[in-house]
Design a protein around this ligand. Sequence first.
Ligand code: FE
Length: 199
Amino acid sequence: MINSKHSKPLSDVQLRVKALESILLEKGVVDQNTLDTIVDIYENRVGPHLGAKVVARAWTNPEFKNRLLSNGAATIAELGMGSILDVQLVVKENTPTVHNMIVCTLCSCYPWSVLGLPPNWYKSFPYRSRAVSDPRGVLMDFGLALPTDTEVCVWDSTANMRYMVLPLRPEGSENLSEDELAALVTRNAMIGTAVVSVS
Ligand code: FE
């Protein structure tokens, strides 16, 4: 089978997805419009810019932050985000003494509704295993050397429980607007493999 968009043969995974899609459509389990809508949402409309807005709001609005930390999914829904794919979305706050990072040791569970599609490395076996066995080593690979007295907490996501990191607001950002703050927040900072800085 040829992928008409790129004129290349489809990979084994793409062929399996096509076969599964055909069966689900044929049996009426899903319909084409629903599938097209889901693909469009996660390819074009949802991405880390949404999570960055959540972070910037939390940095500037303590009352919002408290609600975000106690009920992530419901609070994010207030901003018009969220999805049934993130059944439970728990936000973990970095502090001067605690650094959080997220992983899915089993597969690739990820807070899609606020970060979009996961990067390939998040789904890779080395990240999924070493994030638990050697989190500081993983962070060093990302160029992040934390102080030795910082506690590193690793949160293992599941299909029903997704996590997102609320990074520390960087020094020097006191006079920035909410939009300017959001522009500083990276996807990796919300996974926990980076921190946010002003520059
Ligand atoms: Fe998973």
